[in-house]
Each structure stands twice: as C-alpha cells, then as structure tokens.
Design a binder for this molecule. Structure first.
Ligand code: F6P
Length: 331
C-alpha cells in the first residue's frame, strides 16, 4: 500500500490498467506473478484474461491483485488457463477483443507464449494500435532473436531426466531405445537433450535422415562390441514406434520406443526458468509503462532487451548442423 501511494505521488505511470493472457508451459505462473507484482509496484491494475485470446474475445476476465499470485511461483501450467483460438485469427474476433479492452478500461496487453501467441500479438498491436508487449514462453525455444524462452530449460531437464533413466535399462539389458520428444516444427529439445544425454543419434524436423545409414552404424558398432544406443526423435520428424520397428527389422537387435509427450511441458519450473520469468515479466510491465508497443522482451548475452515483434516471429536458426556435428563427434 505504501509503495502504491508513493508511486502515485511520483506519478511513474500513466497506464492505469493492463491485461495479461498466456499459453501454457513451466514457468508461466512465475511470469504472471512477476507481471502482477511489478504492476502493483507502479500502481497499475491487472486483469487476468482467461483461456488466452478466446477469453479476450469473450470478456472472461479476473482481477489479479498481489495476493492472488501468492504461492504460484512453483506451479506448472497457467493459473489463467489457455486455449487455441481460431476466432482471434479473424477480423471479427479481433474487433470483439478490442471491444472487451475498451469496455473494461484495459489500456495495454501482455501476451505470454510461443510463436502462435506472438503472431497474434503482433497483428493485434499493428492493426488495432493497441499497446502490446510479448513475453517468449515456449518449450521449443524457437523465438527469433531471443536466447531463452520460458519453459525450454524445464522441458529439456524433464526429457534429460527420462533419458538418463532409460539409459540405465538400455545398458543393463543391452538394448536400443528410440525416445520421442516434443517439437513439431523445431528440433531444439531433441538436439539439446541428445547432446546433454550423450545420445548416439537424433532425428530432427530440420534435417533429413537415412535409416539405412543409422542401421549400418548400429550394426558396425555392435560388431565391435557396442551394446546399447539411445536415439532421440523429435515428434515432427518421425514416430518412435515406426523407427524402433525399422531398426529391429534391419539390424535384428532388440529396440524399444518411449514417447515422452506432454510431461515435458508441465511441472515445476527450473530455477533458470523462474529467474527468466521474473525478469521478463518485470521488464514487460516497464516497457508498457514507458509507452512501448509491438515489442517482445528478450534475453541476449544475458542482457534484457526488447526487440520488434515482427522480428521475433521470423524463423529462428537453432544451429542444427553445429549441434548435430558435435553430437556425432562425442558419441
Ligand atoms: O510449441 C510447443 C509444443 O509443445 C511443441 O513442442 C509441440 O509439437 C506442440 O506444442 C504440441 O501442441 P499440442 O499440445 O497442442 O498438441
């Protein structure tokens, strides 16, 4: 209360009320907390928008005060819930979203999410001249110009923990395992987990693969005494059961598949993701307060910067060939 009064006297902010909507991944609740408490610090009210853009269209809003974000810093998912909104892709849907903002006195918007959310944020900011700041949060870490998106570190660590456990069985039973990780369009999780997990091979959406070449390598290794392999597959490249079946057919070696799925997106965020969420959420409010719009907060060389949203939604180069080469050298 004291701070709020003090800040009113200093008149730090012109913006009185902002809205916040999110996608889901680990660390998003920590970002919501940071936005709400930073806004409170500056005497700005926050309305939580339920179910993403769909809630903005429908006017599904809840007030978020500093107490309402107590005890959420360690929770996975998003307390605001989320959805994919096809209506927000239409002019009519966006017009209704603008109406919700006007009717509720929302002067600026913070959008926390991945590529789809950021594309929506960019279009909304540009077409309707609405102050919008985006916060990158996606396990795929594929936001251009941004070193780290919230949720990616947690997802990699969840997948890595699983791979380490699978290796125990792979070694003990002398088996091949094909482990499918998330990443429909982006192989970031697959690449980083393959490197961190010391895996022998990785199949990626960005890279063609030759199953015969992989099986030749396995057979040659097996002839020299190698007895276990872990092959990581990004879901957007191939399905683990199909790859496992092929390997058994070609090499005659016992091969099992594991599909990790959505356990990679939920759960307790790592310290690194929570710290990122605290920094990004705070910076997003400050940018809105300073009158910025159509920007994305970003970490580059461990410095917080803002970049144009139009740049953030371009394809990101995740250095596939460099990582892949290193994985193959180290196996
Ligand atoms: O973009 C994040 C992501 O988790 C991808 O890695 C994955 O391919 C996709 O979302 C899955 O989306 P959904 O949960 O809608 O199936």
């Amino acid at each position: 209360m004291e701070l709020r009064e003090k800040n009113r006297v200093l008149d730090w902010n012109n913006m009185r009320k902002i809205g916040i909507l999110t996608r889901d991944c680990a660390g998003i609740n920590a970002a919501i907390r940071s936005v709400v408490r930073t806004a409170y610090f500056y005497g700005i009210e926050v309305l939580g928008i339920l179910k993403g853009y769909e809630g903005l269209i429908e006017g599904e809003l809840i007030p978020l005060d500093r107490r309402s974000v107590s005890g959420i810093i360690n929770l996975g998912g998003t307390i605001l819930k989320t959805s994919r909104s096809t209506r927000f892709l239409t002019q009519e849907g966006q017009r209704e979203a603008v109406e919700t903002m006007k009717d509720n006195g929302i002067e600026g918007l913070i959008v926390i999410g991945g590529n789809g959310s950021l594309r929506g944020a960019h279009e909304f900011a540009v077409k309707h001249i609405i102050p919008v700041i985006a916060v990158p949060a996606t396990i795929d870490n594929d936001i251009n110009g941004v070193d780290a998106a919230i949720g990616a570190d947690t997802a990699i660590n969840v997948a890595l923990d699983a791979v380490d456990k699978i290796r125990d069985t792979a070694m003990s039973l002398e088996r091949i395992f094909v482990v499918e990780v998330m990443g429909r369009d982006c192989g970031y999780i697959a690449l980083t987990v393959a490197l961190a997990g010391g895996c022998e091979e990785v199949l990626l959406p960005e890279r063609e693969f030759d199953i015969n070449r992989i099986c030749d390598e396995i057979s040659e290794g097996n002839a020299k005494g190698k007895v276990s392999w872990i092959i990581i597959v990004a879901e957007g490249r191939a399905k683990a059961p199909n790859i496992a079946k092929k390997i058994t057919e070609i090499t005659g070696l016992e091969t099992r598949e594991v599909v990790l799925g959505h356990i990679q997106r939920g759960g307790r965020a790592t310290a690194s993701d929570r710290i990122l969420a605290a920094r990004y959420g705070n910076f997003a409010v400050e940018l809105l307060k300073e009158g910025e719009s159509d920007k994305c907060v970003a970490l580059r060389n461990n410095k917080l910067i803002s970049i144009p949203l139009g740049e953030a939604i371009k394809p990101k180069d995740i250095e596939v060939e460099n990582y892949y080469k290193l994985i193959k050298i180290l196996t």
